[in-house]
Design a protein around this ligand. Structure first.
Ligand SMILES: O=C(O)c1cc(=O)[nH]c(=O)n1[C@@H]1O[C@H](COP(=O)(O)O)[C@@H](O)[C@H]1O
Length: 245
């Protein structure tokens, strides 16, 4: 299994299933986010699971602890592989999220991860929110909260991955903002190529538009997988104990 998670950022179930038909569930996982889940609902998750996919349900819950705990429990009952919340909801919310997942989990518990600083934000955008010490400090602060709450990992950009690997080695690093060299950044501010992201310590790469908006998505996916699998082979050769992670 490679670290690739393909973001099925589609308007409806039909388009998402067409896209998934071009993917191999042994070579990637899929992410269902706010637009698709709001449009297609839980039935789509069942369809994707029947096709062999493990699912990252990306709804980024951010609310009072009780509400988030219940939402995380409901997501867990949908049988997803991974789900997320915003770390900026605070420690009590993160702990409640973990308890919600644990209460609802069967034999396999989904991975619960927390978004640190969205990859669409840079230092200037954070300053507008009143956070003046920059992205790196804020990512570190929120990752440490996630670790304290007992979460499995964080969403960050690959630019922060190496530092977080040193600071919070127990947390998985899930990195969107992945762009092949020369690709458009779109609305992403903190980007990195797939191979560099893996070398920096990313555990999972979330990739949407470089595949879904490509003129030839199948060719874009194949090129990306070749780059990832080449980089992963080198990485696992150097770190054999991480092969099952
Ligand atoms: O939680 C996420 O998945 C996420 C967090 C973040 O900080 N940045 C981010 O881009 N994402 C998601 O990752 C995907 C990135 O898509 P592309 O920019 O098209 O590759 C989108 O589905 C975003 O919702």
């Amino acid at each position: 299994m490679t670290p690739l998670i393909v973001a099925l950022d589609c308007a409806d179930a039909r388009t998402a299933l067409e896209l998934a038909a071009g993917l191999d569930p042994r070579r990637c996982r899929v992410k269902v986010g706010k637009e698709l889940f709001t449009s297609a609902g839980p039935a789509l998750l069942e369809d994707l699971r029947e096709r062999g996919f493990e699912i990252f349900l990306d709804l980024k819950f951010h609310d009072i602890p009780q509400t988030v705990a219940k939402a995380c429990a409901a997501a867990t009952r949908l049988g997803v592989w991974m789900l997320n919340v915003h770390a900026s909801g605070g420690l009590a919310m993160l702990q409640a999220a973990r308890e919600g997942v644990e209460d609802a989990a069967g034999p396999t518990r989904p991975k619960l991860i927390a978004v640190t600083v969205l990859t669409s934000l840079d230092d200037g955008a954070l300053a507008e929110l009143g956070c003046r010490d920059g992205v790196d400090a804020q990512v570190e602060r929120l990752a440490s909260l996630a670790a304290k709450a007992g979460l499995d990992g964080v969403v960050c950009s690959a630019r922060e991955a190496a530092r977080l690997k040193g600071l919070e080695p127990g947390l998985l690093r899930v990195t969107p903002g992945i762009r092949p060299a020369q690709a458009a950044g779109d609305d992403q501010k903190r980007v990195m190529t797939p191979a560099r992201a893996l070398a920096a310590g990313a555990d999972y790469l979330v990739v949407g538009r470089p595949i879904t908006a490509a003129a030839d998505p199948a060719q874009a996916l194949a090129a990306l997988l070749a780059e990832i699998e080449g980089a992963t082979a080198t990485h696992f050769h150097d770190h054999p104990s991480e092969e099952s992670a």
